[in-house]
Design a protein around this ligand. Structure first.
Ligand SMILES: Nc1ncnc2c1ncn2[C@@H]1O[C@H](COP(=O)(O)OP(=O)(O)OP(=O)(O)O)[C@@H](O)[C@H]1O
Ligand SMILES: [Mn+2]
Length: 268
């Protein structure tokens, strides 16, 4: 087994920091006395001193690692040129993988930014993701549906859009995350247009037809007007767009006119 040990030793050679992804208490204890240990998880259940909060469990392991590293860069826990070893679970919860990553600005994909530096509250972004993912999993009465949520900077978004129908949220003061609202959002998603949501999560409008200037916006092949409008509105405003595709079933997020994240609802 000597050569396997060598490979593992290579992965761990000259490491500046160790990142533990969603460690349980026992696993964390094994590293608790080491320096430069960063815990990346949904909640800091192990009371780690240095902690990066994961807003959602990214299915793609690369996204999870990128988010953790971007978050650690943001907190000045690591810097360009550092080498980190990441421990986590790809399969069923037990630590089963070690990944060696070099910290570089190229890792910055905007994923961390999407949650933490959005105009909207990070919890609002997460709640909207949850609604979109659930809608993607279940569809509407068994058939796939699409939906477009524009989150944050609502005043400006309203100025760059017009109503397609009466706004059922006109006089209401409801917020994403309330269970009843999730039911309403799912019900109204069968109809055309976009939902506009404020920085604090208030549903400002349904049925908005977005009219951003879409020049120079790149969207994945096979997608059309919904994604184009969703991408483009985030360049014209400081909003984040979360789009469920009726045609391929994926949930995508756009910010600053760029596609930042793609999630498969079946894996969440
Ligand atoms: N500018 C817009 N603003 C708001 N909603 C829009 C806009 N353009 C299209 N939509 C909505 O998107 C729906 C689907 O349009 P289209 O098929 O062109 O989009 P798409 O990007 O291919 O999305 P999907 O993958 O869900 O089909 C339309 O029926 C409409 O409800
Ligand atoms: Mn389409």
């Amino acid at each position: 087994m000597g050569s396997f040990d060598d490979v593992l030793a290579d992965i761990m050679a000259d490491i500046d920091s160790v990142f533990l992804f969603s460690p349980n208490g026992a696993f964390y204890e094994r590293f608790a006395d080491e320096e430069n240990v960063v815990v990346v998880a949904g909640e800091n259940t192990v009371d780690a001193e240095t902690f990066v909060e994961l807003p959602i469990e990214f299915t793609d392991i690369k996204d999870r690692i990128r988010f953790g590293i971007e978050g650690a860069m943001d907190q000045d826990l690591v810097e360009e040129g550092n080498t980190v070893a990441c421990f986590g679970s790809i399969f069923n919860g037990e630590v089963d993988s070690a990944v060696r990553v070099r910290v570089s600005e190229d890792l910055r994909s905007g994923l961390y930014d999407l949650f933490t530096n959005s105009r909207a509250d990070p919890n609002v972004i997460r709640d909207v993701f949850d609604v979109a993912l659930e809608l993607g999993r279940k569809g509407q009465k068994g058939s796939p549906v699409g939906a477009l949520f524009v989150v944050g900077d609502a005043g400006k978004v309203m100025n760059k859009s017009r109503p397609l129908s009466y706004n059922p949220f006109e006089k209401s003061h409801v917020h994403v995350g309330d269970p009843i609202v999730n039911v309403m959002l799912k019900e109204f998603s069968r109809l055309d247009g976009a939902f506009v949501i404020s920085d604090s999560g208030k549903i400002v409008s349904a049925y908005r037809y977005l009219e951003p200037s879409a020049e120079g916006i790149d969207i994945p092949k096979g997608l059309g007007a919904r994604h184009m409008a969703g991408g483009a509105i985030t360049r014209d405003t400081n909003a984040t767009a979360i789009v469920l595709s009726e045609s391929d079933g994926l949930v995508r997020a756009f910010k600053g006119g760029e596609l930042i994240l793609e999630l498969d609802p079946e894996e969440h």
